[in-house]
Design a protein around this ligand. Structure first.
Ligand code: PAZ
Length: 357
């Protein structure tokens, strides 16, 4: 596989030329495409910026009739929290998220009640009293330890207040038509959706932003090489040294460069780079910036990713963003604030190309 930017784009282009879309995906793209165009035209009419956020990990199937997949660690939280932050700043958000991962607003519900979803909780919901979620004694005690409950025993707790706040924030997002959600599971589905959304985003020009936080697999089995049926384990288990399963995975075509080169050249483009070895983080993030024509690359290390990230810019500038001290803060507040500011500068520059790209 070529490592030059041009060669990389050629390889990515041939992925879309060589692989026909499965029928179900064709239907999905058609339906989603119509909703997407209406969403973007509405934002353009109102002069609102739009960000497409990708989040969660892609699954790589091992069989065409998929039973087994290779998956990755991403929880989708970075994208989900960032979506809430962008909406609070007036953006329209297209959320391209992995099915089953954290989703904007819904993830707050999960975080707040995950230890408290029991039959008492269900009874309260069924009884229709959403403001008075009575926490069981044990659950209340453990929640109090975490400092999120101000009362218990049937009183309206801080957890309740935050659930209500979340519902209100979500209702506002729905009523202001600020969120369009598209889900994916497989790598193939993700790449086709990314191409469709990026091409549609092109109409936003500089008012569009791509915030590419999904963890996309680097290796896969191309669809024409997939076995049709479930891999037969009994064929491999022979009790000799050759038993087991050997897989060959091809490299996934790098599609990020196509966004700037073809799909949405005027949109503001941010990609994320995750490493587990800190020594490699900045060199790899700088290389990604050049290779894929990004306006910003956000570098982060696996275990510290919710505490600090590094922003890398094409003019050589680098900036660290940290989570604010104190309870209840999330790093995405500062991250989205910084990126939205960069985006507004880019819009204001107008006409030409962006900061150093
Ligand atoms: O999804 P999450 O909140 O668990 O983690 C976020 C992240 C680390 C997947 C994201 O910040 C990121 O770096 N995405 C790009 C990963 C990559 O280098 O492929």
């Amino acid at each position: 596989m070529s490592t030059s930017a041009h060669g990389t784009t050629e390889t990515a282009r041939s992925f879309f030329d060589d692989n026909s879309k499965p029928q179900t995906l064709q239907v999905k793209l058609k339906q989603t495409g119509e909703a997407l165009e209406a969403f973007l035209d509405d934002k353009r009419g109102r002069g609102r910026p739009v960000v497409c956020i990708t989040a969660g990990g892609t699954a790589v199937p091992l069989e065409a009739n998929t039973v087994r997949t290779i998956d990755n660690f991403s929880t989708g939280r970075r994208g989900a929290v960032s979506a809430e932050q962008f909406i609070a700043r007036g953006y329209g958000v297209i959320y391209l998220g992995r099915e089953g991962c954290a989703a904007p607003f819904a993830r707050r519900f999960q975080e707040l009640v995950s230890n408290h979803v029991d039959l008492k909780f269900m009874d309260k919901l069924v009884l229709g009293d959403t403001r008075r979620v009575e926490l069981g004694t044990e659950a209340a005690a453990s929640t109090a330890k975490e400092g999120i409950v101000s009362g218990s025993g049937g009183a309206v707790t801080e957890v309740d207040e935050r659930l209500v706040e979340t519902l209100v924030a979500y209702k506002d997002a729905v009523e202001s038509n600020s969120l369009l959600s598209i889900s994916f599971v497989s790598l193939e589905e993700y790449l086709w959706c990314l191409r469709m959304v990026s091409r549609c985003m092109d109409r936003m020009g500089r008012h569009g932003m791509l915030f590419l936080a999904a963890a996309v697999s680097d290796f896969h089995i191309p669809s024409h090489k997939l076995r049709e049926h479930k891999i037969d384990s009994s064929r491999g288990v022979r009790g000799d040294a050759s038993s087991g399963l050997t897989l060959h995975l091809d490299e996934v075509p790098k599609c990020l460069g196509m966004i700037g080169e073809e799909w949405a050249p005027d949109c503001f483009r941010i990609s994320f780079k995750l490493e587990t070895d800190l020594e490699r983080l900045l060199p790899k993030a700088r290389a990604a910036l050049k290779r894929y024509g990004m306006h910003v690359v956000v570098g982060n290390e696996l275990h510290s990713r919710y505490d600090k990230v590094e922003l890398i810019f094409p003019d050589g500038a680098e900036r660290q963003i940290k989570k604010a001290r104190g309870v209840g803060h999330v790093i995405e507040e500062a991250l989205v604030e910084a990126l939205a500011q960069e985006h507004f500068n880019y819009i204001a520059e107008g006409g030409g190309v962006g900061r150093g790209v």
